[in-house]
Design a protein around this ligand. Structure first.
Ligand SMILES: C[S@@+](CC[C@H](N)C(=O)[O-])C[C@H]1O[C@@H](n2cnc3c(N)ncnc32)[C@H](O)[C@@H]1O
Length: 567
């Protein structure tokens, strides 16, 4: 879409030119309505509203669904979860025009598959959202983005612009199930691009590809074992070594008869083992690997020694007469293969959802997302999916928590997909919330008693309001929820019998005072206990007196959030 410059001021034009000079693009150019995008960030205020009827579980729920265009949802989340999200998975519209000719909404209109600017619009749509999402990520956070052949090349260049130098992996998911039989090349894969917020903070994925057979792979051994005897004479020149008395063996007792010829190591004397130890020293002849390490091990009376990588290494004789070196494995093992297989299919997931009354075209299998989640070290972090669809990611989070006792939390964002022709359509309510409600009700009862904050979810809507209408639109209960989210506290409900709402995080006392009456101010002062406190108020000036004496951070409502929304 051509940019109209005529109605821009000189300053705005200069700003565009400066920005163009600053932001050199690597091979990817698309039509950006820069001023438009920036303007919309400041043009309105966003308000979160809880729908208790669509929520599930009790107060203090850690998980939540956000019904909104994700552009608004992400802007709102920047006020509450900036730098707080460790794992993002998204499965955006692929811009293929397959879904009844409609794929994604740009500037409140579905983009027609024949639109000449379809790729530019999709890129701009993704760019805006990914930039907001980046601000939400923790320094060690990862973002996983599903895509197919159609936009893969462009998406990767876009990701390079938003996450420069932070490429982690291009995973190929082998999509089991039907492919298009009429196509010349039967496509059976999609991609998942993985980027980090800060590459230097990322640890290796602590997971082993599920297709590796535990019985056949050394990866599952507790230690790495290697034979110390090497027979390739060219690489390891044969020499004689003494296997001293007292050398450890992996078996309690036995005799290894003399060996010669190409049976290495050669020894003229039998090796006698009693009580897991060699009884009498024996001369061995062979090629050796890391002979110096062996000699140090012997010199240290068989105490483990450090190798070049500072890993402890020990040696022992096994009952076949081989000498093995072994190193205890690091705590977690990492072996992710870039091709992902056997984690479920879209077709199967679609038919499973159909059985519970949910019709949805392209749901991802839970197994795929569960595997991606395992790539993130730790099990206590927040997961975000802002193209949530049927909420597959939330189910994967909860299933993984059940499997490994984790306390991961999730945020699912979905639009309603309502249009002028289908004004009542609500994918967020009828697919995402419905599926997750059924999941918790049928398979989450155990969580209800053991981890009540993980059971269920809040259902919040984000609504745009004009700045001039905020005072009226922002109701006390929603303001109080917002404040709690901003402090990472699973929100409790508003107590209308109390003039002061109070919550506590690990390092701060949080108050919300809707009407700063003299009583409410005295009540707040009484509750201060020496811990740093934050007081949110519509009239913070009235707290000036107590704030001067105590350690209080006063935050004006709604200005505090207006400021965070516009940054
Ligand atoms: C491919 S689906 C995701 C499916 C999901 N991974 C699952 O397993 O169910 C993409 C979803 O993004 C949603 N979506 C598209 N544009 C959106 C927007 N601007 N804001 C929020 N959601 C949007 C669509 O409604 C659709 O449900």
């Amino acid at each position: 879409m051509p940019q109209t410059y005529d109605d821009l001021t000189r300053d705005q034009l200069v700003e565009i030119l400066k920005r163009r000079d600053r932001e050199r693009k690597l091979g990817l150019v698309w039509e950006r309505q820069e001023i438009e995008a920036d303007r919309s960030i400041n043009s309105d205020f966003l308000i979160n509203e809880l729908d208790e009827a669509l929520s599930l579980g009790g107060a203090g729920r850690a998980n939540f669904i956000v019904e909104a265009d994700n552009y608004d949802a992400l802007r709102w989340l920047r006020t509450t979860h900036r730098g707080a999200i460790k794992f993002i998975y998204i499965d955006p519209p692929y811009n293929s025009g397959k879904t009844a000719g409609k794929t994604f909404v740009y500037n409140d209109n579905y983009v027609d598959p024949n639109d000449d600017y379809r790729h530019s619009k999709w890129l701009e749509f993704m760019y805006q959202r990914l930039c907001l999402a980046r601000d939400l990520m923790t320094p060690d956070g990862l973002i996983f983005v599903s895509i197919d052949d159609g936009e893969m090349a462009r998406l990767q260049l876009l990701m390079e612009i938003i996450f420069p130098g932070n490429f982690q992996a291009c995973l190929v998911w082998q999509t089991d199930g039907n492919s298009d039989n009429t196509a010349a090349f039967k496509v059976q894969h999609e991609y998942i691009l993985v980027y980090s917020r800060d590459k230097t903070q990322v640890l290796p994925p602590p997971v082993i590809d599920p297709n590796i057979d535990p019985d056949a792979s050394k990866l599952f051994n507790n230690e790495i074992r290697n034979t110390f005897v090497k027979n390739e004479a060219r690489k390891n020149k044969p020499s004689t070594l003494t296997l001293p008395a007292g050398f450890p063996a992996s078996f309690e007792r036995g005799v290894i008869p003399p060996r010669s010829g190409n049976q290495y190591p050669n020894h003229a004397e039998p090796i006698i083992v009693e009580d897991f130890k060699v009884q009498k020293s024996v001369e061995l002849y062979s090629g050796w690997q890391s002979k110096n390490l062996f000699l140090r091990f012997v010199a240290q009376e068989f105490a483990p020694v450090f190798d070049q990588e500072q890993r402890l290494t020990a040696f022992e004789l096994d009952k076949n007469g081989a000498i093995q070196s072994f190193k205890p494995r690091a705590e977690s093992q990492s072996h992710v293969i870039s091709v992902i297989k056997n984690v479920g299919s879209v077709q199967k997931t679609k038919s499973d959802l159909k059985k519970i009354g949910i019709t949805f075209d392209y749901p991802k299998p839970v197994g795929l997302i569960q595997y991606l989640l395992k790539m993130m070290p730790g099990n206590d972090f927040t997961v975000l999916d802002f193209f949530a669809g049927t909420g597959t990611t939330a189910e994967a989070v909860e299933r993984l928590n059940q499997e490994d006792g984790g306390t991961r939390r999730w945020i699912m964002v979905s639009s309603t997909e309502a249009t002028a022709t289908e004004p009542d359509k609500n994918v967020c309510r009828d697919a995402c919330a419905r599926r997750l409600r059924l999941f918790y009700e049928t398979q989450g009862m155990g969580i209800r008693s053991s981890r009540p904050e993980s059971y269920g979810f809040s259902y919040d809507r984000i609504r745009r309001v004009r700045h001039s209408d905020v005072d009226e639109a922002l109701q006390p209960d929603n303001a109080w929820r917002w404040v709690q989210y901003a402090h990472g506290i699973p929100p409790t409900s508003y107590d209308s019998n109390s003039a002061v709402q109070q919550a506590e995080s690990a390092n701060v006392l949080v108050f919300y005072v809707d009407r700063a009456t003299p009583n409410a101010i005295t009540e707040t002062a009484k509750r201060l206990n020496g811990k740093p406190a934050v007081v949110y108020s519509w009239t913070p000036g009235r707290f000036a007196e107590i704030a001067a004496e105590k350690n209080i951070d006063l935050r004006p409502i709604p200005a505090f959030f207006a400021d965070r929304l516009s940054r």
